[in-house]
Design a protein around this ligand. Sequence first.
Ligand SMILES: *Cc1c(COP(=O)(O)O)cnc(C)c1O
Length: 390
Amino acid sequence: MNFIPYGRQNITEEDIDAVVNVLKSDYLTQGPKVPEFENAIKEHCNVEYALAMNSATSALHVACLALDVGKDDIVWTTPITFVASANCALYCGATVDFVDIDPKTYNLSIQALREKLQAAKIESKLPKVVIPVHLCGQSCDMEAIYELSQEYGFSIIEDASHAIGGSYQNKPIGNCQYSDITIFSFHPVKIITTAEGGVATTNSDKLAQKMDLLRSHGITRDTELMTHKPDGPWYYQQIDLGFNYRMTEMQAALGVSQIERLQSITKSRHKIAQRYNEQLACLPVITPFQIQESYSGLHLYVIRLKLDEIKPTHLEVFNSLRAANIGVNLHYIPVHLQPYYQKHFDFQTGDFPQAEQYYKEAISLPLYPDLTKEQQNYIVATLEGILRND
Ligand SMILES: *Cc1c(COP(=O)(O)O)cnc(C)c1O
């Protein structure tokens, strides 16, 4: 069997044509394709603003800045996420802390969040922003997090890097009903891709304007934002310290072409996941648990090994799958155990026990639209052989 990655982009002839057409056009950057992609996102999410950027990491950074995260602030997220969900706060000079995960959904635990907020209030160490991550594409309990935000006065950035195409309470993820800003990633392993790329959505005029400035040097050509009348037609003003986080036209054209297939891509992910659910039901593994309110974007299919029912260790199962050319992965190493976080913030092993237990058992199986039935059968049969240790 050829190598099977855990995730892979789905590229059609239409996608290729869309990119090539941009290359033959007048604009490789700052042309019509980025607004077109943003409009497609707005329409899909039913949200007021969508701002495309060169990555979700960039979008998380400017989202934090737009919410005025600074050096005296604390930002909370989950330890089971990609490091970017936490790093964005550090870029702003803020401190990061974590909320342990729910042992069933692997998303940030509402009970742990509530308890941590109660304790933080007493110590006057409440977070300015909480960043829930929709792990694997399954929405967090956003209504509960929103209610807590009203009680304790924090802002919310949804890291929906795994979740475009999914919904919560029958509304598309990204509509920001229960958050200030939502972030999507379009890295090739994610649900749809722009090679590199990300988007921030919001319903707030003020946040959209701030993120728009920050993604392009803090420069404006809008006379209403300027301190005085333009000197001439060449004129622009830098009114904030921004970055070059812009998405290119080639990326946006790919995004426009990809998002047309979002529904069918999400459906095929569900079909594959459903087959895994059925085929793995009798194996000593825990298959993904889904809350009723969420329809997952299904970026990832994570199983947990029932280690007390099998002979091989987690590492042995993982190594055997890799040796069989199955590109399993582990999402994620708890962020608080990363050397950088241990060195700078004094986090210890044992701080977030549910996250650490998850890390000892989790394996992400391959999941992407072009995964064939034969490949999937091979993955399941190989896993079964390893778990039965024969
Ligand atoms: C992929 C990912 C990011 C970063 O996305 P990029 O577009 O690669 O910058 C952030 N958060 C989560 C949860 C991710 O999975």
